[in-house]
Design a protein around this ligand. Structure first.
Ligand code: PGA
Length: 252
């Protein structure tokens, strides 16, 4: 059986390295005992090295929350996928809506995804509509987002890609999207990928859901939403909630 992927996006949390070590350690202790779940934690860049160095034997992977689209050079403040790879980082969230809202375009995202795949970092490509209407225009929006974000990715590299569907209206909200609609969207995204890359590639690309996931709704999202994993924001830095979430999902 394919393991379910749970990715913790810590965003700009917590405030201190000590707290970061604490979240990491507590999560790791539980994550290492899980049978059907694989866990990726994406802390802020500044904590990455320390967390990686504090690792003993563990199944938990470390990801970054972004990666630039050049390997090195005069790009003040940016961090390249090559540097991440060298540290031991294995995943990178790319195109999160909180970055898109600061001006990140599909064009930049497509270069980031392509470079990550080339250098061996697994990109978690975030997509999601701002609003929905009766006419279903969000479907065209999502289709364009997928196409534009992957237009530099050749078929030979697609097998490592992960897509996180995060409707923007459900991020940081009170309620997650209803699981039945999550299922519909994941089928739609797989269809778009199949049209682009072929049936097998479309079916096998993991589609994650993100947006107000917590330990209470995670099980329902998996059971009825039939997704391959979750991208968890706030609940991933809430130790008790996240640990509970991991244990619950492992019972499926
Ligand atoms: P949330 O964030 O779980 O806090 O809604 C999800 C995300 O932005 O990845």
């Amino acid at each position: 059986m394919k393991k379910r992927i749970i990715i913790g996006n810590w965003k700009m949390n917590p405030r201190t390295l000590e707290e970061a070590k604490n979240i990491y350690k507590s999560t790791k202790t539980v994550a290492d005992k899980l049978k059907s779940v694989s866990v990726v934690m994406c802390p802020p860049f500044v904590y990455t090295s320390t967390l990686l160095n504090s690792r003993t034997e563990t199944t938990v992977k470390i990801g970054s929350q972004d990666a630039y689209f050049e390997e090195q050079g005069s790009y003040t403040g940016e961090i390249s996928p090559v540097m991440l790879k060298d540290l031991g980082v294995e995943y990178a969230i790319i195109g999160h809506s909180e970055r898109r809202s600061k001006g990140e375009t599909d064009e930049m995202i497509s270069k980031k995804v392509a470079l990550c795949l080339e250098v061996g970092i697994i990109p978690i490509l975030c997509i999601g509509e701002k609003v929905r209407d009766e006419g279903g225009s969000h479907l065209d929006f999502i289709k364009d987002q997928v196409k534009n974000s992957l237009n530099k990715v050749p078929k030979k590299n697609i097998s490592k890609l992960i897509i996180a569907y995060e409707p923007i209206w459900a991020i940081g909200a009170k309620e997650a999207m209803v699981p039945e609609s999550i299922y519909e969207m994941s089928l739609f995204i797989k269809k778009v990928l199949s049209d682009m890359y072929g049936h097998d590639e479309g079916i096998s690309t993991p589609i994650l859901y993100g947006g107000s996931v917590n330990f209470r709704n995670a099980l329902d999202i998996f059971n009825k939403g039939k997704i391959d994993g979750l991208l968890v924001g706030r609940e991933s830095v809430n130790i008790t909630g996240f640990v509970e979430l991991l244990k619950t999902v492992d019972t499926i």
